[in-house]
Write a protein that binds this ligand. Structure first.
Ligand SMILES: *Cc1c(COP(=O)(O)O)cnc(C)c1O
Length: 386
């Protein structure tokens, strides 16, 4: 286990920091490319919001993927990392005018539109720039995902997307506009989904909607099913690369793609989660009533997922080989929710030990904040350290 970390090289680095195993990232990207090569109409976009570290973005760009952005800042990050504008899709329930203008100026591939008011603004801003914007509609498929309530997005009660009942009307509005071109439908039902049944439910819904559109003689060139494939947080080494074969095969089998259609995916977590580790040092070991605390120099400001959605991350002491004891692993932030895990077994912990918080490559570094006036953690790749 420890052999996967260049611990000797960690000695001179200021903790906490993110460590990225680029060999694993490259292998993950290779696996994705190998799987989609089986299906000529499949295209993958990396969801930048999972991790926008420029070193990772440039490796992902080399793989040939496009990107899914949810803000103007992400569009800039993608362009700076060399992604071609015609491989950028732009989603988000609240796009500001400057963000829409930025997308129009770069000539991005498609805006994933979530309401009629937004469509009107895009049409107007495109007219001002003398352009025609490609638009897809994000439809809320009212499909639940078996994941944490905070990360389901495809239920009728969620803020995302356009309801199925409104789909026909929204398309009609778009077809009557001069500066938008309706090219597709977009869906995204949530994140950290491991039950293929959830994706099958989405496919069934897409099939129904497609039949309805076809009955109206409306052809849709692009179907985008979003992302959401989960990773094995409990066993980061056992299955470091998610089962992309099963994931893409599920869509190939269940979704009735027309021969003239392209199927787009927007994968975030499944691409980058397992290659990232938050590395921190133990500041103190403190005895409490009936328990002991390992107090780290990393906190919820560096990795907020446990505090935000009770997320589980595997934690390891990568310094010690001594017999395991149980610890509550906590950070230094002045919030009671600044706890990474309770009663976890770690090899006996001493001040100064390196603690690895695994599977932290997605929604980790990118969600870091400066609360308590803390410095943001740096990110190092294995390329730099070995
Ligand atoms: C967050 C998001 C994704 C990526 O989700 P993952 O679970 O990280 O794969 C894809 N599409 C949209 C629209 C998103 O908001």
């Amino acid at each position: 286990m420890k052999d996967i970390f260049p611990v000797a090289r960690f000695q001179n680095l200021r903790t906490p920091f993110y460590y990225y195993d680029t060999a694993l990232l490259r292998e993950t990207l290779r696996t994705i490319n190998q799987e989609i090569a089986k299906y000529p109409n499949f295209l993958v976009h990396y969801a930048v919001k999972a991790n926008a570290n420029p070193k990772l973005l440039s490796i992902i760009r080399e793989s040939g993927m496009g990107v899914d952005c949810v803000s103007g800042g992400e569009i800039r990050a993608a362009i700076h990392s060399g992604f071609p504008a015609d491989k950028i899709v732009f989603a988000g329930v609240g796009k500001a005018d400057w963000e829409i203008n930025l997308g129009l100026e770069y000539g991005i591939f498609c805006f994933n539109v979530e309401s009629i008011p937004e469509l009107e603004v895009i049409d107007q801003l495109a007219a001002e720039q003398g352009k025609i914007a490609n638009v897809a509609f994000r439809i809320n498929p009212d499909v639940g995902a078996h994941t944490h309530a905070n990360i389901t997005t495809g239920l009728a009660e969620n803020k995302f997307g356009i309801s199925m009942q409104d789909m026909d009307q929204v398309i009609d509005v778009a077809l009557g506009m001069k500066n938008v071109k309706f090219i597709g439908l977009h869906f995204h039902i949530g994140s950290q989904i491991l039950d293929m049944g959830d994706f099958i439910a989405l496919c069934n819904r897409v099939n129904e909607l497609q039949d309805k559109l076809e009955a109206r003689h409306i052809l849709v060139e692009h179907i985008n099913v979003g992302g959401g494939l989960g990773v094995d947080y409990a066993h980061p080494d056992r299955q470091a690369i998610p089962d992309f074969a099963d994931y893409f095969a599920t869509y190939a089998k269940q979704l009735k793609l027309r021969p003239y259609q392209t199927l787009h995916f927007e994968l975030g977590r499944s691409v980058v989660a397992q290659c990232g580790t938050l590395v921190s040092r133990v500041l103190y070991v403190k005895r409490g009533v009936n328990k002991q605390f390992a107090i780290l120099d990393a906190g919820m400001t560096d990795l907020i997922r446990p505090a935000l959605y009770q997320a589980y991350h595997k934690i390891e002491n990568i310094t010690s080989d001594e017999p395991a004891e149980a610890y509550d692993v906590v950070g230094p932030i002045c919030e009671s929710s600044d706890v990474f895990a309770k009663a976890v077994d770690l090899n006996k912990v001493r001040r100064g030990d390196f603690i690895a918080i695994r599977s932290a490559g997605a929604y980790g570094e990118i969600m870091a904040s400066g609360y308590n006036c803390r410095e943001l953690p740096k990110g190092y790749t294995s390329d730099e350290l070995i």
